[in-house]
Design a protein around this ligand. Structure first.
Ligand SMILES: [Zn+2]
Length: 104
């Protein structure tokens, strides 16, 4: 689940992904998965996604979805999500580039 929280360390409000099984924040993208019902009709029926930590949370998420559960690495899931939203590497580079001062 995507949520917004106050991060004390950074002293700011930030969006995070929490595990749909244990409700704790997913902080390591490489230790998490996106679980969904397998798509048998070429995507005509949208399916719900569960984000989960690897291990017990992943197993519980698959059990929740049922026998047709499928999954992918959370990193791959987020990559395709960004791509489908039009967020390219160039967009990220431009976003991270320091703002040029126009008031000289
Ligand atoms: Zn979890």
């Amino acid at each position: 689940m995507i949520q917004v929280i106050y991060d004390e360390k950074e002293d700011e409000i930030i969006p995070v992904i929490t595990c749909d099984v244990c409700n704790n924040r997913i902080e390591d993208v490489l230790n998490a998965v996106a679980v969904n019902q397998n798509v048998f009709d070429m995507g005509e029926t949208p399916t719900k996604i569960l984000h989960a930590h690897k291990g017990r949370c992943h197993d519980s998420a698959e059990a929740k979805i049922g026998k047709y559960a499928g999954w992918e690495e959370l990193s791959a899931h987020l990559y395709y999500l960004c791509k489908n939203l039009g967020l390219t590497s160039q967009w990220f580079e431009a976003r991270d580039r320091p703002q040029e001062k126009n008031d000289r």
